[in-house]
Design a protein around this ligand. Sequence first.
Ligand code: GLC
Ligand code: CA
Length: 516
Amino acid sequence: MKNKNPLWLDNAVFYEIYPQSFNDTNGDGIGDFQGIIEKLDYIKELGCTAIWMNPCFESPFGDAGYDVSDYMKAAPRYGTNEDLKRLFNECHKRDMHILLDLVPGHTSVEHKWFKESLKAEKNRFTDRYVWTDSIWEEPQGMGCIRGISDRDGSCAVNFFSHQPALNYGFYKCDRPWQQSMDSEGAKATLEAMKDVMRFWLGMGCDGFRVDMAGSLVKHDEDGKGTIKLWQNVREFLDREFPEAAMVSEWGEPDKSLQGGFHMDFLLHFGPSHYNDLFRCEEPFFSSRGKGDVSEFAKKYMENYEKSERKGLICIPSGNHDMDRLARSIHGDNLKIAFAFLLSMPGAPFIYYGDEIGMRYVEGLTSVEGGYGRTGSRTPMQWDNTTNAGFSAAAKELLYIPMDESPDRPTAQAQMSDKNSLRSEIKRLIEIRQSRKALQSRGDIKFIYAEKNEYPLAYLRGSGDEWVLVIINPADREVSFDCRFTPVDTIYSFGGDIKAEEGRITVPPCFAGYFEV
Ligand code: GLC
Ligand code: CA
């Protein structure tokens, strides 16, 4: 298998856009494609080179667009397919790339495939979804939709109960209604999904972030079937769109990269220990300094070795499903968190607004299936004008209420303050872009990542260039044994280190990169 990375991934820094909440240009209270186009220069100025945009397809929006009713049509609230194509072109004009969000695991109940599949008479779409052969039998281990049509069977759901699971087959079949991966129905689903990919790649998008990529084949505990399925997609892409970039929402890089993805995320679920960093009772990056980074580092290296450096392990600052970073990490510690995120291998992903420390807005009523996630999806805060410059709509019409705190951060204020979080991030990206050792494919070796200890230290390298990174989120001075001697300072925040006789002492709340 080739699994060759598109070259631009080598120094890519991604920016995730939740289109609803980014920038509204027609005053209906919801962000749109034109709004994104108008802010591309802002994203580029920050230093990001690529975008992942959440689903923007026709949908009843019971799960914010992850319930697609037409894969080949932009949701009218964002604009037309033509506008979306213009967005692709505007990105390319600026030397940027853009990934769409592919949701292959399920559709909305309003998708025409599902309406056909509901019918009692056999038709082309009968086997497009996972159905049992009797209304009285439910699919084991999955939720289901039952009793809403004349078809005698229960249809498995993938996520919410209005998201019926598309049929890619079962790895192990132990019931007569379970179809194998090579059944006609399962194969047809995969071909239909390839058509969706062809459609958008052909129009100029640069690849996909793939939703729930690791769970397409059912009864597939070790992921063997799903890996095989993605290898099939990889062959298709190598043949028709070798430049397309693919990142999976899988969270197990040892599997996804084998499946031919270029990148996988570390996620708030799964075995990665990502939550130990920012989102647990005592996060490593909190100034309390009671966290533990050792399990994370161990698991990271395990994945890194298993994936044979084939692909990229991507660590996001957050995303539309997690609490905002600023809910648990505060003040200067946000800068320290980014000094880590932007010096790790893989492509970093910055969730819109995290660059200004946007807060999780507490106490919101759920919007479009967001539930607890709603507080992380509030409108971007651009400036001090009405609705923070997000929209000219009346306040009640905004997609999600804004953060109303008087001291809410804004992009404009942070851009003119050289000590702001955003300015720090911009600096960090510039430094990353100036050294191969710090970019996606530079090597990594953890030097100090001990149980319940601070700081965290690692080496990044490429050729004979080696950079020592020291990260101390704790509000206390710490020291550690280190056989590398820092010579030149590439970056430092929070004071000066002392290096003597194989021991380095680090000030409280500090981050630094050094030549060794
Ligand atoms: C993914 C998405 C999430 C969505 C779910 C179902 O986890 O990131 O937002 O609700 O899949 O599609
Ligand atoms: Ca709008």
